[in-house]
Design a protein around this ligand. Structure first.
Ligand code: PLP
Length: 477
């Protein structure tokens, strides 16, 4: 497509401004621009068509099936967008007098209460802006807890190899050293290896559950006990809580702190990296260390409190308010039964696809999975040369977004499929038919699969060059 600058014609514009009715005021020389500003000059219709054409170049959940595992790209209720767009919520300022924003604080307090019920936690902070930021915050709480007790030898965080990649990264960012614990053949944490790893230097464990191969660790109670017995605390990566909402609670499984991705599970679309919320729930023992600006009810109405031994602020003020608001609407409109049904449907849809695809491709783990499953295409690659990436590219031609590729790292030629709860049986069947057809074609005509995609604006870009040296600016001659 043409760039907006290529559509530009000198002198053309969309502006209809009234004549200036105040005296012109000369700009001080120092501030004056030396060269004319390069702005595209286009009529409104051309501008409108430009953005419509741009929108057509991307693929989102409104365009088709989007089974991007671990990222939960689902269709979210539109009513939550409407609520979050109300002027009473969008027009407030963080420095406004507190008595003028009582409703907003009530929303924060109510969201905290409901999310504490969902997770089995006692308190919650909404300050972190995303999942990994929540992990960092939760680990700071664990660090502050040990420090407050004078227990300063606890410098290590245990992270199973089936954890999300952000877990070891957050632990390292927080100044801990990371101890890796392998999974057993069943895809769950190897308990003997865990027992051998814990000790007086254990600050805590970070468990992604369901883990990155889509399994709920069946030994979860034993795992948290081993860590507690060694004096460590347990951290639950709850980014994918959409698998267990209102079915099981981290707080009941022995976890002391948990982060949620409100932008995955609780109704904020997060394509393009846009504002998220890595809400962190914690047990009472960690409450004294919470980040600042914790909304609470008091005799004088709603107020912001600072915890006595607060770790400080991890972000300005109280987090991405409109994301929290969407989560509140989501919980209020669905209720406990609705949230439970959402999780049950997420798990059912994923297992439905897994069972249909299993005869055509090996699945990384045996038996029932949670909200996502991982295909491994290593045999296909050996037999035909067709890789996971080739299959993903072929899916583009079928009008689907590909699954997550080459993740988790512990599975070879991985495709991680998460259909989500919002898809119908018809959509799932069409997706399964298309994926199975691609896998079969790979066996009879591998070259055809390896040459895909044919129907997309870009086919196979040089991904390293695109990531390392992207051309983001228009060069003017
Ligand atoms: C997405 C995800 C994260 C990271 O969340 P961000 O908001 O991308 O920082 C962490 N853990 C798991 C299991 C995830 O799926």
């Amino acid at each position: 497509m043409k760039l907006i600058f290529e559509r530009s014609v000198p002198g053309r514009s969309s502006a209809l401004l009234p004549a200036c009715d105040v005296p012109e005021c000369p700009m001080p020389e120092d501030f004056a621009r030396r060269q004319a500003l390069h702005l595209p000059e286009v009529a409104e219709i051309d501008l409108s068509r430009h953005y419509t054409e741009l929108a057509g170049q991307v693929f989102g959940v409104n365009d088709g099936f989007y089974p991007l595992g671990s990222c939960t790209m689902k269709y979210n209720p539109a009513v939550n967008e409407e609520i979050a767009a109300l002027p009473g919520f969008t027009g407030v300022h963080p420095l406004q007098p507190i008595h003028t924003v009582q409703g907003c604080l009530e929303a924060l307090v109510t969201a905290e209460k409901l999310l504490c019920q969902v997770t089995g936690m006692d308190v919650m902070t909404f300050q972190p802006a995303a999942g990994a930021h929540g992990e960092f915050t939760g680990l700071l709480l664990i660090k502050a807890y040990h420090k407050s007790r004078g227990d300063t030898g606890r410098t290590r965080i245990i992270v199973p190899d089936s954890a999300h990649g952000t877990n070891p990264a957050s632990a390292a960012m927080c100044g801990f050293s990371v101890v890796n614990v392998p999974s057993g053949p069943d895809g769950c944490v190897d308990l003997d290896a865990l027992r051998a790893a814990v000790g007086p230097d254990t600050a805590g464990l970070m468990l992604t559950n369901p883990n990155t191969v889509g399994l709920f660790d069946k030994n979860i109670l034993e795992i948290t006990k081993i860590v507690h017995d060694a004096g460590g605390l347990n951290y639950y990566d709850g980014a994918n809580l959409n698998a267990v909402m209102e079915v099981a609670r981290p707080g009941d499984m022995g976890f002391d702190v948990v982060h949620l991705n409100l932008h995955k599970t609780f109704s904020t679309p997060h394509g393009g990296g846009g504002p998220g919320s890595g809400a962190v729930g914690a047990k009472d023992i960690l409450a004294p260390f919470l980040p600042r600006f914790h909304a609470a009810a008091s005799a004088e109405g709603y107020v912001f409190e600072d915890a006595p031994q607060s770790i400080g602020s991890v972000k300005e003020f109280y987090g991405n308010f409109l994301v929290i608001l969407r989560a509140l609407c989501y919980m209020r409109t669905l209720g406990e039964a609705g949230m439970r049904e959402a999780s049950q449907m997420a798990v059912l849809n994923s297992n439905y696809m897994r069972v249909r695809i299993a005869p055509h491709c090996r699945i990384a783990t045996d038996g029932v999975c949670m909200h996502e499953f991982v295909m491994t295409l290593s045999e296909l690659k050996k037999e035909t040369g067709v890789t996971a990436k080739d299959v993903a590219k072929a899916m583009l031609d079928e009008g689907m977004h590909p699954p997550t590729m080459y993740f988790p790292l512990i599975v070879e030629e991985a495709l991680m499929v998460e259909p989500t709860e919002t898809e119908s049986k018809e959509t799932l069947d069409a997706a399964c038919d298309a994926i199975i057809a691609i896998l079969e074609r790979a066996k009879t005509d591998p070259a055809a699969v390896r040459s895909t995609p044919h129907n997309t604006p870009i086919g196979r870009p040089d991904e390293v060059a695109a990531a390392r040296s992207p051309k983001l600016r228009c060069e003017f001659s």
